[in-house]
Design a protein around this ligand. Structure first.
Ligand code: MRU
Length: 342
């Protein structure tokens, strides 16, 4: 089994993770032992991708519980609640972050009356571990469902990284591709580099190369050309949030969806049920805006005048009319048909 993206280190009483900012140069892990450290890791994208953020949020509460000096259960629960609010505010768009935090809070609600500090600590950790385990199983199931949409020989275009690095393991969009390859289908991938933070070139190209799945890297602005040249059979991307009317995913996804429609290419979204937010509409969702220097600079190199005005939204919304189908662990939904998420 390959290394998970994020896990609990019981010896160090810390959240351990692959530091994704170092890939593809180095595969290294770090441990965070405070809520500030976890928020820094989330904001810097050391851990990123919607399902991985769900696990990060959940492990964050286990961390808050484990590291608290409180000797009183009410004070401990208050500290955990405070950590929950801080973690949920770290990144606003991917719903999985607050979903993971809220799930642990609900588990703690059930034992609210407990006056046993250890019981509270282990309940938080147990729920976080369940979320991480379920994530891998869910992505496997989602992959097995989605493989029916892929034919032997298909060439798939993807954007950003919706692979094992974006989850605890296996992946969503790349999970579908992995499942198809595991069934013996020959699938190759065009990975868009994903400006400005290059999750496509740094992470997707790395992940697929590690698994020996053929991958061709292109710049984001080449997707229209490769579709027009007939190189692409299908597009599969992940999602950070799915509302009643739109799919939120990494900035650039909308352009690929419009281009796929224009070239009659199926546009698929692969996402677990935990990514659905069917009580909301596109207009209700906050799109994270990130630092201008992510666009103006590349490492040490200045790419633009240092004070040029920049617009840097991290995500965009793709209207459901452009989505051919959404692949989930429960089945395939063709909008406007949506799963019953309760
Ligand atoms: O800013 P990031 O790297 O967290 O953005 C990630 C994405 O947009 C992914 O496509 C999405 O979270 C789906 S991951 C299975």
């Amino acid at each position: 089994m390959s290394l998970r993206t994020i896990w609990w280190d019981s010896e160090k009483r810390a959240v351990a993770m692959i530091d994704q900012t170092l890939l593809p140069e180095r595969l290294e892990t770090i441990e965070v032992d405070s809520i500030d450290g976890l928020c820094e890791a989330i904001l810097a994208l050391r851990v990123r991708g919607a399902p991985a953020l769900g696990a990060a949020g959940a492990y964050g509460l286990a961390l808050a519980a484990a590291r608290s000096d409180s000797t009183d259960p009410t004070a401990l629960l208050q500290e955990i609640e405070k950590a929950a609010e801080i973690i949920k505010g770290a990144r606003p768009t991917a719903i999985n972050l607050s979903w993971g935090v809220d799930r642990v809070m609900r588990a703690l609600d059930e034992i609210k009356a407990s006056d046993d500090l250890d019981e509270i600590r282990s309940a938080a950790l147990k729920e976080a571990e369940s979320i991480a385990e379920e994530d891998v199983a869910t992505n496997r199931a989602l992959g097995d469902v989605g493989t029916s949409l892929l034919e032997d020989g298909d060439v798939v275009l993807t954007h950003c990284n919706a692979g094992r690095l974006a989850c605890v393991g296996w992946g969503t969009a790349l999970g579908v591709i992995r499942s198809a390859v595991a069934e013996g289908k020959k699938i190759s991938v065009y990975a868009c580099e994903t400006r400005p933070l290059h999750q496509g070139s740094r992470l997707t190209a790395w992940e697929l190369s590690e698994d020996e799945i053929p991958v061709t890297l292109i710049c984001d602005n080449m997707s229209g050309m490769v579709m027009r040249e007939g190189r692409i059979d299908k597009v599969i991307v992940g999602a950070d949030r799915i509302t009643k009317d739109a799919v939120f995913n990494k900035i650039g996804t909308y352009s690929h969806a419009v281009l796929a429609k224009a070239h009659n290419i199926p546009f698929y979204v692969a996402a677990p049920i935990s990514t659905f937010d069917l009580d909301s509409l596109e207009k209700d969702v906050v799109i994270e805006e990130r630092d201008a220097d992510e666009i103006r600079r590349l490492g040490d190199k200045q790419l633009a005048p240092p004070d040029v005005k920049v617009y840097n939204p991290a995500f965009d919304a793709t209207p459901l009319e452009l989505v051919t189908a959404i692949i989930t662990e429960r089945g395939i939904y063709r909008p406007p048909e949506m799963p019953d998420v309760g």
